[in-house]
Design a protein around this ligand. Structure first.
Ligand SMILES: [Zn+2]
Length: 301
């Protein structure tokens, strides 16, 4: 039995949330400061971002812990606080989710190290890094595991092994970024990711980040062709590509563009639909309004 299907019940697609980084920057996070630090030092701003996505109609809130593995926190001198940072990330999302009757996805990104043969990290070391982060997210009260933006199937396997080790009862979703000619940086095709990761025990497989909604729809179609009955599919596109506007970047897909995109994903049978970089609560609200026109603002979607 697919554990995520059991958790979500009926009703498709399920609306996920969108990007976190942009919201924190709008809230005053300075360049070079990791957003994860705000779980400890500016929790109200993190909570406000989650609440904005809850109000936009997202049914799952993703913890602010994308860069929460030890090597990535080490880049900012925070490696020793990995437990604290991730526990707080989960507790913040949990508190908002409980107020709105929502679910919490514990978000994990790449370890920040390359596995052999391109790098030196062993599969066992990668598993240990994921397990360390995930244990803290579990303590903070997550409902499922969401491993995002991977490029390497071996790293995905290590994350799945860590989930089996630390959170055997929780559903696991793994998404990869197919940002290089419709493949990951490591050359993985969408269909091959679905086949491999479903066999490796993922409850959901998908694509996130990338080069915008148009490419995501091509990727989603390839994933849909490779799916088996017992795996759910996820798509969380960036809101287009970043364009330089004055002294900052703006993503070029509007909320309306993302709403049209959400409809196309639903037609392809994608089960969980959300956004990634550059997508805001306004984008997610527009996606929800299009997907669920009869029930704006109701929580029982
Ligand atoms: Zn992204």
């Amino acid at each position: 039995m697919n554990r995520l299907r059991a958790l979500l019940g009926a009703g498709r697609p399920v609306l996920l949330d969108g990007g976190m980084g942009t919201l924190l920057q709008d809230g005053g996070l300075e360049a070079g400061v990791p957003g994860e630090l705000w779980n400890l030092e500016n929790p109200d701003e993190v909570r406000a971002a989650h609440a904005a996505y809850a109000d936009a109609g997202a049914r799952l809130l993703t913890t602010n812990s994308f860069g929460g593995t030890r090597p990535r926190l080490d880049l900012h001198g925070l490696g020793e606080r990995v437990g604290e940072v991730n526990r707080a990330a989960a507790e913040l999302a949990r508190s908002v989710a409980d107020e709105h009757g929502l679910l919490v996805a514990g978000g994990l990104g790449p370890t920040g190290e390359l596995l052999a043969p391109l790098g030196t990290l062993t599969p066992e070391e990668a598993q240990a890094l994921f397990a360390e982060q995930l244990a803290a997210l579990v303590e903070g009260g997550i409902d499922l595991v969401l491993v995002e933006t991977l490029s390497d199937l071996a790293e995905a396997d290590a994350a799945l092994a860590a989930a089996r080790e630390v959170a055997p009862g929780l559903p696991v979703a793994v998404t990869m970024s197919f940002d290089t000619n419709l493949r990951t940086m490591m050359g993985v095709r969408p269909g091959d990711a679905v086949t491999h990761l479903a066999a490796a025990g993922a409850d959901a497989v998908g694509a996130n980040c990338g080069r915008g909604p148009a490419e995501m729809e091509v990727i989603a179609a390839e994933m849909a062709q490779a799916r088996t009955d017992d795996v759910l599919l996820v798509a969380q596109s960036n809101a287009g590509l970043p364009q330089v506007v004055g002294d900052h970047f703006e993503y070029d897909a509007t909320a309306g563009d993302m709403a049209v995109h959400a409809t196309r994903l639903a037609e392809l049978g994608i089960d969980l639909v959300g956004g990634c970089c550059g997508s805001t609560p306004a984008h997610v609200a527009a996606m929800g309004a299009t997907l669920f026109p009869a029930s704006p603002g109701t929580p029982d979607r």
